[in-house]
Design a binder for this molecule. Structure first.
Ligand SMILES: [Zn+2]
Length: 412
């Protein structure tokens, strides 16, 4: 077994499921066990400065090779936690030489991953693939990313003759509960650019994500005994239904893909007196994003004109922005990674993310940070799998990035 695969299997043995609605940092203490394991491993490899920092974030710095100290530092990041959507405990990974067709993950429980469910599986016939036993997720999201980055570090340590800039490894908790960047100390990283290794199949390169906001719509009604309600009752639940009805179906997640944005009501609750609707607003294009937010505000005003002042409150809060706006100001960050893909015989499949990434937030914090594939599929569920050659390619991209870092004198 390759060292890379061994590392990956070591990491998935740790249950690092993060927790929604937790006040702790990290959201689940068990993530720290993997953090400590990684620090020990990295120190054992010769990175004495590896440590667990504030909030459970792991940092490890490979100093620039002599003569390359002035090159901008490059950060490589991945997240340690797994999704709360499926169990991450007692994962029983199976490395199977896949010959095509459906895969029986669990004979006893009759759990089968079918090509009908995941047509992409067919492309990987003839390869070794890591599957689950059908009862838990695998944790390739994002332990594949960690394994790839650690293996890159091992390569650089074994090849001191390979020039590179300062390379900082950074592993974060709580990405899956949207708190992954809360404790990342950009100053401490001391890098001018970075790459997350998180998700998606071999060759994918992502540096465009949604601009994201959440609209909180509260509708106030007037409660009266229904027997005496004539001309007095104002039923907020009915008004909420009308509000929802005004959201164009053509701008829903169900009817859009690629660069198309949407308004997505993903929660509603209420009664006669008070109702609440939560609406996610997403678009890659800033002008269209602003237009959707304005549409919702205007709709609120219109409802107040119809049903009376104060009936409808619309509060819109921005969550994160498309990293493209800032990444395109430093085109070298994209040149470097595209070149690294080509170095590994890959043509980058550049596609917009229909969601956010930690890289988007880091970019906003001043660390331009596109996302590199890890090779896995079907994240957050029991059908998750990871073709081993894809993981090797991602590791090779990490090495190529480190090598390319020595060519950058400045990002401007
Ligand atoms: Zn992930």
């Amino acid at each position: 077994m390759s060292k890379l695969l061994e590392r990956f299997l070591n990491y998935v043995a740790f249950d690092t499921q993060s927790a929604r609605d937790s006040d702790e940092t990290p959201s689940s203490a068990k993530q720290l066990r993997l953090a400590e394991f990684l620090v020990e491993e990295l120190q054992g490899m010769g990175i004495a400065n590896a440590h667990v920092g504030n909030g459970g974030v792991v940092y490890a710095t490979l100093d620039a090779t002599p003569g390359y100290e002035k090159c901008p530092g490059m950060a490589l990041l991945a997240h340690m936690d797994t999704s709360p959507d499926a169990s991450g405990a007692d994962i029983k990974p199976q490395v199977i030489h896949y010959e095509g067709g459906d895969v029986v993950l669990n004979t006893e429980k009759n759990i089968v991953l079918t090509v009908a469910h995941t047509p992409e599986l067919a492309k990987y016939a003839g390869q070794d693939i890591v599957f689950t036993d059908g009862t838990t997720l695998l944790g390739a999201d994002d332990k594949a990313g960690i394994a790839e980055i650690v293996d890159m570090a091992a390569y650089l340590l074994e090849h001191p003759d390979v020039p590179h800039a300062k390379v900082v490894l950074c592993f974060t908790p709580d990405e899956e509960v949207a708190r992954g960047t809360d404790n990342v100390d950009i100053e401490k990283l001391g890098c001018q650019y970075g790459y997350t290794f998180d998700g998606d199949e071999v060759g994918v390169l992502e540096y465009e994500n949604f601009n994201a906001a959440t609209a909180h719509v509260t509708i106030h009604g007037v409660g009266v005994h229904p027997g005496l309600a004539k001309d007095k009752m104002v039923n907020s639940a009915r008004i909420a239904a009308k509000f929802l009805d005004r959201l164009p179906m053509a701008q829903s997640p169900e009817c859009t893909d690629g660069h198309e944005g949407f308004m997505h009501p993903n929660h509603i609750e209420g009664d006669v007196v008070k109702s609440y609707i939560r609406i996610l607003v997403r678009d890659h294009d800033m002008a269209k994003f602003e237009e959707m937010k304005r549409f919702l505000m205007d709709l609120g005003k219109e409802f107040n004109e119809t049903y009376g002042d104060g009936t409808c409150e619309v509060v819109v809060k921005d969550s994160y922005y498309n990293m493209l706006e800032k990444v395109k100001l430093v085109p070298k960050v994209l040149d470097v990674v595209r070149n690294a893909y080509h170095d590994c015989g890959l043509t980058p499949l550049e596609k917009p993310i229909r969601g956010g990434t930690d890289g988007a937030v880091l970019t906003d914090m001043g660390l331009p940070c596109p996302n590199v594939f890890t090779g896995g599929f079907n994240f957050h569920g029991v059908y998750e799998f990871l073709p081993v050659p894809s993981m090797e390619k991602a590791r090779d991209v990490a090495i190529a990035l480190a090598k390319r870092s020595a060519e950058i004198e400045s990002l401007s």
